[in-house]
Design a protein around this ligand. Sequence first.
Ligand code: C5P
Length: 323
Amino acid sequence: MSGETGEIAAPAQAGVTVQVPAKINLSLAVGPPRADGYHALATVYQAIDLFDRVSVVPAPPGEVTLELADDVHGEGGAVTPEDLAELPTDERNLAVRAARLLARRTGTAAGARLRLHKTIPVAGGMAGGSADAAAALVACNVLWRTRLGTRDLQRLAAELGSDVPFCLVGGTAVGSGQGERVAPAEGPGTYHWVVAITGGGLSTPGVYAQADRLRAGCAVPEPVVPAALTDALRAGDPKALGRALANDLQPAALSLRPDLADLLEQGKACGALGAVVSGSGPTCVFLAGDAEHARDVGAGLAGACRAVHLATGPVPGARVVQP
Ligand code: C5P
């Protein structure tokens, strides 16, 4: 019996920890609304070193639970206790849905207890929820020894959400379809970003709906990735990349959050090479020429938003790490 004197302690429960990055969109072209409510996209994603972690340990068969670690709130308050309080921990959480989907599709009876350390802003336009789903897929696939390969994981990821497949692969990638089809767009170099995290999230469906309202009656072209952007990436040229940053959701995000326009202007006035709303916002990202320049731009923005995070990209997608 355990606990008896001289008894060898039971080995610690095997656990798996996966680190997963936030994403930004270097360009995000959005087509007209489709009959299913989604929009065709042509986007370039980049994964940056602002990470969530999902740790999983075995649970009784069929049981998938999620708890939030409250000891990590992100650098300088990227995630507040109030943000965490808003996050569901039941099947409304995409990470729980990801684990359940993997169990269903592989037929495993195993269960898992998920613990989520958040530093990616909640409802910030950086795919935090999608990242957690990608991390849960990778972590449970290892924990349960279900051994799905990359392609099968990608298929499950696409069922969970448009950004989830990118969160698995990371790096820099072109996203098409509704964002779920990803192809690497690697180029040389590392980019230095200043991430300005503002209070109050924006609803992604709400921002898409607002974009549709703003563009009602306009001929919306099929979305494409701007050639200037792919050229800049191929050349590894931050100045050209800064000029090419683009986001079709930006006017909608700004109309819902007019304060973001000032933030973008302030970043440019601080010498950023480019400034753009990240995805559906409200997080804004600013490109700097190097690490020192990023610190300068970050210092210039410090009083203008809730938290400033200096990040580099590209970085790999969801990966098993030491806990
Ligand atoms: O795919 P995901 O669940 O992350 O999408 C969240 C919401 O964003 C969708 O419900 C939809 O309103 C909007 N969306 C869209 N077109 C896309 C991707 C997302 O309209 N390509």
